[in-house]
Design a protein. Structure first.
Length: 53
Protein backbone atom coordinates (compact mmCIF):
# COMPACT_ATOMS: atom_id res chain seq x y z
CA UNK A 1 0.00 0.00 0.00
CA UNK A 2 1.32 3.44 -0.80
CA UNK A 3 2.28 5.83 1.97
CA UNK A 4 -0.78 7.87 2.93
CA UNK A 5 -2.79 5.63 0.69
CA UNK A 6 -5.58 3.16 0.61
CA UNK A 7 -5.96 -0.16 -1.15
CA UNK A 8 -9.45 -1.32 -2.04
CA UNK A 9 -9.00 -5.06 -1.74
CA UNK A 10 -12.49 -6.47 -2.08
CA UNK A 11 -16.02 -5.48 -2.99
CA UNK A 12 -18.94 -7.61 -1.88
CA UNK A 13 -22.70 -7.27 -2.18
CA UNK A 14 -24.90 -10.12 -0.94
CA UNK A 15 -26.47 -12.10 -3.77
CA UNK A 16 -29.97 -11.05 -2.76
CA UNK A 17 -29.07 -7.38 -3.31
CA UNK A 18 -27.10 -7.69 -6.54
CA UNK A 19 -28.24 -6.03 -9.73
CA UNK A 20 -29.33 -2.79 -8.06
CA UNK A 21 -26.15 -0.74 -8.53
CA UNK A 22 -25.09 -1.08 -4.90
CA UNK A 23 -21.52 -2.15 -5.69
CA UNK A 24 -21.06 0.81 -8.02
CA UNK A 25 -22.39 3.24 -5.40
CA UNK A 26 -20.13 1.66 -2.78
CA UNK A 27 -17.05 1.97 -4.98
CA UNK A 28 -17.78 5.51 -6.20
CA UNK A 29 -18.41 6.66 -2.62
CA UNK A 30 -15.24 5.00 -1.36
CA UNK A 31 -13.10 6.50 -4.12
CA UNK A 32 -14.60 9.96 -3.59
CA UNK A 33 -13.90 9.71 0.14
CA UNK A 34 -10.30 8.56 -0.44
CA UNK A 35 -9.66 11.38 -2.90
CA UNK A 36 -11.17 13.87 -0.48
CA UNK A 37 -8.74 12.68 2.18
CA UNK A 38 -5.84 13.10 -0.26
CA UNK A 39 -4.99 9.39 -0.29
CA UNK A 40 -3.17 7.69 -3.10
CA UNK A 41 -5.50 4.96 -4.32
CA UNK A 42 -4.65 1.39 -5.24
CA UNK A 43 -7.09 -1.37 -6.06
CA UNK A 44 -6.42 -5.06 -5.66
CA UNK A 45 -10.10 -5.59 -6.47
CA UNK A 46 -10.75 -5.98 -10.21
CA UNK A 47 -14.11 -4.25 -9.89
CA UNK A 48 -12.67 -1.15 -8.22
CA UNK A 49 -9.87 -0.95 -10.82
CA UNK A 50 -12.54 -0.41 -13.49
CA UNK A 51 -13.40 2.92 -11.87
CA UNK A 52 -9.80 4.10 -11.65
CA UNK A 53 -9.06 3.97 -15.37
Amino acid sequence: MPRNGINFTYTFVPESLRGHGIAEKLVRTGIAWARGQGFEIEASCWYVRRFLR
